[in-house]
Design a protein around this ligand. Sequence first.
Ligand code: ZN
Length: 223
Amino acid sequence: MFIGHWAPALVAAAHPKAPKLGTLFVAGQLVDFGFFTLMMLGVEKMRIDPSASVMNPMDLYHMPYTHSLLGNALWAVAFAAIIWAVTKNRTGAIIGGLVVLSHWFVDWLVHVPDLTLYGAPPKLGLGLWNHPEIAMPLELGITFAALIFYIVKTRARTSSARLALGLLALVLLTVQVVNWFGPPPGEPSAGAALFVLGTYTALCLLAAWVGSTRQHPQAALQG
Ligand SMILES: [Zn+2]
């Protein structure tokens, strides 16, 4: 999954005590930030294999620290601890940690068996990447349903709220369509990893802007 990882972030952001939307966008992709960083360092590994799946030629054959359920859970605990240390908001910390943890389960839907429980076989994954007719509507569906949920549950607080939201929706759709129909990824390289990390970062910054233009109805009542 790509933009689908931000569906849990958008749903979580509707909670009045949730961390900021930009923080939750980082949470949704935290272990992919981790994977592409560790890949550059040669710690986790992938290779290009066009037969890996119908939709994704990346053979993700070694990612025990980021995409095992245990590894993902440790990233979630660490992220929650940071939020708690900075904000002393316990509910917000738990929400942030759960969004980090959602990554493994959302990935499980589409990945061919390359996910693990603790870094060793069995390898798990439902494999919807072999069924684009299901995977594509599913990813767009959960992401935009979550975006609508977030819009309904929050209120605009600045005049740029509509512009920010429209831009986020447009960029989410664009990066996903380019991901599906653009040129296939080349062999893994530091440059390719940095490009992916830069794209994630840009989306997180855009989400942070959207979050700054909106508030929860309770906050609106308090003025
Ligand atoms: Zn992932």
